[in-house]
Design a protein around this ligand. Structure first.
Ligand code: TNX
Length: 492
C-alpha cells in the first residue's frame, strides 16, 4: 500500500490499474445543493486550484464529459458499503472514493463523509510539472474506528495565535482528526476573552511561562477559528480548567481569592497549588458566568471543565465545585467533559471522561462508564506530545518518558483501561506548552507523531502495521514540506 500514501490507513484500498485521473485546467468540482457539501466542494476546488495554479469551478449541474470531481450524497448505506450495525455517528464519516481515468467520485451519507473523502483525495494527488497533477486509479472504502479523534492544545502556558491555530486545524483535518480541544486557562495565563469577566484576558492574557509574551483570542478570533474548523469537519472543545489550575483567574479577580487580594502572576511550571474555594460567595457565580459565556460562544456540543490535579482541594469541596461547573455546562445545553479526576463526582449521564494519568483509578472510571459516561483515552506515555522524541531531541519534557514515533503508534486503545467497547469515545493527543516557545517547536513536536495517533484512532486494528505505516508516512511528508509544516525528520 506504500505507493498509496494514505494516512491514516483506510479500511480498504484497491488499485484498479489504468492511467488514473489527470488534473489540469478545466477540471470542475460537481456537487448537489446541501450547504455543507457545497462548502466542501468550494474548499476542494480552491485546493486543486492552488495546486494547479488555475481557477477551478464548482458546478451544481450534472457532470458531463471528462475532468469532473463529483461529490455526491447518498441515502443508501449499501452504496459505500456500510454495515447496518455501524453507529450513525461513525457512518456519517464513512466515504467511498473512486478514481477513474475520466472522473473522481466521492460518495458519502453525510457531508462529513465527503470532507473525509476529500482529505484522502488530497493525499493522493501528485503534482507533475506546471499546471497538471495525477491521481492513481483506486477505489477506497473507508470509515473511522472511533468517533472522537482529538488533539488537546495548551494555549495557557504559551499562547498559540489564531494564524497558527488555523494551520494546526489544517494539519489535523489532513489526518482526519476531528476534535480540537483548547486548554484555554491555567495558572500562567487566560487565553479566551470572556464578556462577563473582561479582566481575565485584560490582565491574565498578558502573562505566560517564564515571563514570555502572552496573548489571547478575542471573541471574533474564536468565532473565526470554530468556523474554519467546522468547515474541515473539526469540532472545537474549549476547556476552562477548575477548581485547580486557576492562578490566572485569581490574578485577574481578587473576589475568587480568600481575603480578596488578587494573586500575583505565575510564570513557573509547577502544578497543583492554586484552587477555587466553594465557600467564597463569588466562586459559584464566577464559574457559572464563565461557563455560560464559553458555551454561548461555542458552536460544538462540548465544554471541558478540567478537574485535573486539584491537589489541595478536599474531596467534598472538589465534588461541589466540579458539579457546579458541569451543571452550568448542562444548563447551557452542552455536554460536559472532564479529566479523569472528575470521576470522584457523580457525573451527568452523558458526560465524557478523559483518561490521562498512568495512576488512573480504573474502578472509578469503569463505574462512571457503567453510569453512562464515555471515555476519551490520552495515555501520557503514548500521546503526550510535549514529551521528547528521544534523548537527543532538541526540546520537550520527559516526566512520562520519551515518546518516539513507534511508541505513539504501537498501542491499543482498548487496552488502556478495562471498559466495554461502546464506552470508548476515542483517542486524543495532548500538546502541553510549558516548553513550546515557537511555531517551529509546536509543529516539530506534533509531526510526525500526530499522524501515528491519528492512525490509532481512525484505522481498523488489522489495517495497522508498522513498516507499512512508515512507508506511507514517508510518501506523505513531501506534502508537509510543500505546505511548509515543520516536522521531526529524525523520527522517520
Ligand atoms: C499534566 S494532563 C497536566 C498538565 C501538564 C502536563 C505536562 C493534565 C490533565 N495535567 O497540567 O501541562 O502534565 O505534561
Amino acid at each position: 500500500m506504500a505507493e498509496i500514501p494514505l494516512v491514516p490507513a483506510p479500511l480498504r484500498v484497491e488499485h484498479t490499474g489504468g492511467p488514473g485521473f489527470s488534473m489540469r485546467a478545466g477540471v470542475r468540482v460537481h456537487v448537489g445543493r446541501e450547504p455543507m457539501a457545497v462548502s466542501t466542494a468550494v474548499v476542494l476546488a480552491s485546493w486543486i486550484g492552488a495546486e494547479l495554479g488555475v481557477l477551478v469551478a464548482v458546478s451544481q449541474e450534472r457532470p458531463r464529459g471528462t475532468g469532473a470531481v463529483v461529490l455526491g450524497l447518498t441515502t443508501d448505506p449499501a452504496d459505500l458499503p456500510i454495515p447496518d450495525s455501524l453507529p450513525a455517528s461513525l457512518a456519517a464519516e464513512a466515504y467511498r472514493l473512486e478514481v477513474a481515468e475520466h472522473r473522481v467520485t466521492i460518495t458519502a451519507l453525510d457531508p462529513l463523509g465527503l470532507i473525509r473523502g476529500v482529505q484522502s483525495l488530497t493525499q493522493l494527488v501528485r503534482r507533475c510539472g506546471a499546471g497538471t497533477a495525477t491521481v492513481p486509479a483506486v477505489v477506497v472504502v473507508d470509515r473511522p474506528r472511533f468517533g472522537w479523534r482529538g488533539l488537546c492544545l495548551d494555549l495557557a502556558r504559551h499562547h498559540v495565535p489564531l494564524n497558527q491555530l488555523t494551520t494546526v486545524v489544517a494539519v489535523m483535518a489532513s489526518l482526519k482528526l476531528n476534535v480540537l480541544h483548547l486548554h484555554l486557562t491555567d495558572d500562567q495565563g487566560w487565553r479566551l476573552a470572556i464578556p462577563s469577566r473582561p479582566r481575565l484576558t485584560e490582565v491574565s492574557g498578558a502573562t505566560a511561562v517564564g515571563g514570555d509574551t502572552g496573548g489571547f483570542l478575542t471573541g471574533e478570533d474564536y468565532a473565526e477559528l470554530t468556523a474554519v474548523a467546522a468547515a474541515q469537519g473539526v469540532t472545537v472543545v474549549p476547556e476552562i480548567d477548575l477548581p485547580g489550575h486557576v492562578n490566572a483567574a485569581q490574578h485577574a479577580y481578587g473576589e475568587v481569592v480568600p481575603g480578596g487580594t488578587p494573586a500575583g502572576a505565575y510564570q513557573g511550571v509547577e502544578v497543583g497549588f492554586s484552587r477555587l474555594h466553594a465557600e467564597l460567595p463569588a466562586s459559584m457565580p464566577f464559574i457559572r458566568d464563565v461557563i455560560t459565556d464559553v458555551a454561548r460562544m461555542t458552536p460544538g456540543p462540548y465544554v471541558h471543565v478540567g478537574g485535573d490535579e486539584a491537589l489541595t482541594v478536599d474531596r467534598g469541596e472538589y465534588v461541589t465545585l466540579v458539579r457546579g461547573a458541569m451543571d452550568a455546562v448542562l444548563a447551557a445545553g452542552k455536554t460536559p467533559v472532564g479529566w479523569q479526576e472528575v470521576t470522584a463526582a457523580e457525573l451527568p449521564a452523558d458526560a465524557v471522561v478523559q483518561v490521562w494519568d498512568p495512576q488512573v483509578d480504573e474502578v472509578a472510571v469503569a463505574a462512571a462508564a457503567a453510569n453512562g459516561a464515555r471515555v476519551v483515552l490520552s495515555p501520557a506515555s503514548r500521546v503526550y506530545l510535549d514529551m521528547t522524541y528521544d534523548d537527543d531531541a532538541p526540546f520537550g519534557q520527559s516526566w512520562a518518558g520519551s515518546i518516539g514515533l513507534r511508541d505513539a503508534y504501537g498501542w491499543e486503545p482498548t487496552e488502556v483501561v478495562a471498559l466495554p467497547r461502546d464506552r470508548i469515545a476515542g483517542v486524543e493527543a495532548c500538546l502541553w506548552s510549558e516548553t513550546v516557545r515557537s511555531p517551529r517547536e509546536l509543529f516539530v513536536l506534533l509531526l510526525p507523531r500526530l499522524a501515528a495517533i491519528a492512525e490509532v484512532a481512525w484505522s481498523a486494528p488489522e489495517r495497522r502495521e508498522w513498516p507499512d505505516f512508515v512507508a506511507r508516512l514517508t510518501g506523505l511528508t513531501p506534502q508537509w514540506d510543500a505546505a511548509g509544516w515543520p516536522w521531526y525528520r529524525k523520527a522517520l
